[in-house]
Design a protein around this ligand. Structure first.
Ligand SMILES: Nc1ncnc2c1ncn2[C@@H]1O[C@H](COP(=O)(O)OP(=O)(O)O)[C@@H](O)[C@H]1O
Ligand SMILES: [Mg+2]
Length: 275
């Protein structure tokens, strides 16, 4: 890639996750000091090289990842398929900064996660990554809106909780408690909570795993909507091959490796999927 024109603003400084704010009040008012402006973005959002994860030692060692290489573009949507135990969750957790690899590298916008301290990794997760899991982990005593506000209260430039709920099609349910919502609605609250801080990245680990197909499709529609509205980079783990059609690429895991990558010509609308 050639550089042309006036020197770019100091991109590296903008990515200094670890830099201690000199003036905390000022740092709070700065909308998003650690973000890389998309216009200055060159190359893939993620570059993952030789990712390896071994749990345990000796005879009991489990090789969860055996050298995974993958690049993920900005605003791309990928679906990760593969049998149970093939390393999908391990992969997503490491990419999201929830876990550290045994070997290999994850570059996020050019910054290698392995060089970050624990605190920097926490900030990486907080500022850039939204997680959605199979089980929604909502707080039962809080309404839908309040569950989202748990995150918007501490985020740097959040959307309004009501706007996040509208984005997932729950504008009319914001005063409901989790027990008053269906499984699919609860999952959509969890998605609203994950994306209300406007993360660049949304990582979903079997988001429809506990849902019937009709409800699952409503959840996928919420994810597709978020992807379109926020231009977020999205990765979805699923057991369900049909869901692959809504992605730009399908990444098939087998035995700790990527066995196959398939590019779709276009994304299918979730409403057209069936299983
Ligand atoms: N914390 C852990 N300790 C030990 N083994 C683990 C741990 N997490 C995952 N594994 C093992 O690593 C392998 C990959 O697991 P995982 O990434 O969860 O696969 P998937 O999400 O594709 O089902 C499996 O054999 C699993 O049992
Ligand atoms: Mg898993």
């Amino acid at each position: 890639m050639t550089k042309a024109g006036p020197p770019a603003p100091n991109v590296t400084a903008g990515l200094a996750f670890g830099a201690a704010p000199r003036d905390p009040a000022r740092a709070m008012s700065d909308r998003s000091p650690s973000r890389l402006p998309p216009s200055q973005a060159a190359g893939p959002l993620f570059a993952i090289r030789g990712l390896t994860k071994v749990y345990g030692e000796g005879a009991a060692a489990v090789h969860a990842l055996r050298g995974v290489d993958l690049e993920i573009a900005r605003a791309e949507m990928i679906v990760l398929l593969g049998p149970s135990g093939s390393g999908k969750s391990t992969f997503l957790n490491i990419v999201g900064g929830l876990d550290r690899p045994s070997a290999g590298e994850v570059f996020f916008a050019g910054r290698e996660l392995g060089t970050m301290s624990g605190g920097e990794l926490t900030r990486y997760r907080r500022d850039h990554i939204g997680f959605v899991f199979q089980f929604y982990n909502l707080i039962p005593s809080l309404t839908a809106r309040e569950n989202v506000e748990v995150v918007t209260d501490i985020a740097q430039s959040p959307m309004k909780a009501d706007d996040a709920l509208a984005l997932v099609g729950l504008g009319d349910r914001r005063g409901h408690f989790p027990a008053q919502l269906s499984g699919g609605e609860q999952q959509r609250v969890a998605i609203a909570r994950a994306i209300a801080k406007r993360p660049e990245v949304l990582l979903c680990d079997e988001p429809t795993g506990a849902l019937d197909s009709k409800t699952g499709i409503a959840v996928l529609e919420a994810i597709a909507n978020v992807s379109a509205e926020l231009a977020a980079t999205v990765a979805i783990i699923t057991h369900n091959a049909a869901i692959g059609a809504m992605a730009d690429r399908i990444v098939r895991f087998a035995d700790g490796r990527i066995a196959e990558i398939e590019a779709n010509r276009s994304r299918a609308a979730p409403a057209t999927l069936s299983w």
